[in-house]
Design a protein around this ligand. Sequence first.
Ligand code: PPS
Length: 301
Amino acid sequence: MARLDVTEKFQGISFPGHLHTKDSLEFAVNFLFKDTDVLIVSYPKSGTTWMQEIVTLVSSRGDPQFSRTIPNWTRAPWLEHYYCAAVLKVSPPERRTITTHLPFHLLGPALQGSKAKIIYVSRNPKDVAVSFYHFHKMANFLPEPGDFHEFLDHFLEGTLYYGSWFEHIKGWISRTATINNLLHITYEQMSLDLHATIKKVSSFLQCPLVEAEVNNCVKHCSFSSMRDNNMINYTLVPNDIMDHSKGSFMRKGEIGDWKNMFTKEQNQHFESVCTSKMKGCALEFVWEKQDKEETNTEEQT
Ligand code: PPS
């Protein structure tokens, strides 16, 4: 399955043809969820891999054996990727961890009435845009990103692969009222207090852990530990698909990297588009608050 230059258009959204086909997208939107499923949902570059690692480690009570021997795309496959059906066929049926980047309007109908546990992961969209930009440079199944200014315009217009960040978060968040079992975790929460986040996830998944187990989870899903784990850092992916000379999947892992990339004008424009697109959305911009809290802590120390 190369199809590196193929764009798979599905219901108005473009997806990389290297990983998606019409059939795989149809499979996803018609998927029969089990109440025991755990579904990790995110817009790309929001902390998906990190949450896959957290869920894996929580489920194995902090034991890294599983996460060190099985690639993340096998232990928590993307529902919409072409290989998912085959992977799920051989997964233990009692607790499947599934990942998706699909927006709510595409996956919501399949989840109707399901008690599957959903973890929605979001991140400051400015950091998402920066991380996605760098990823476009190394991932040969994504289009050339052009310069950052151009890329940012596409991000704000929602014309990048995977669609609009705004529609993604608004869709999933607006459903917290109607879908039970949705836990919203931000990248910033994970970054500022990984220990507390892991406890939150373990309680949501009804996998209570003792303190030593939580500490083991924290240790094994730190940035450095994940960067060195080739089951998660994508170094297993051949160079023609991800050009490792052009960057690392585990790139910086920081909050607020956008400040190194955005000009003052780009930031103002981003803010104004954000305000208008998020009008009426109940979500408070938690990541900005958390970003500021971090800056204050840094200033005090
Ligand atoms: S993808 O392609 O959608 O699956 O990417 P995703 O996993 O959502 O996001 C990748 C970014 O998450 C960072 N990351 C982490 N940051 C801090 N700590 C840990 N443990 C961690 N694991 C992954 C990764 O470095 C990417 O962010 P950037 O800003 O590019 O470094």
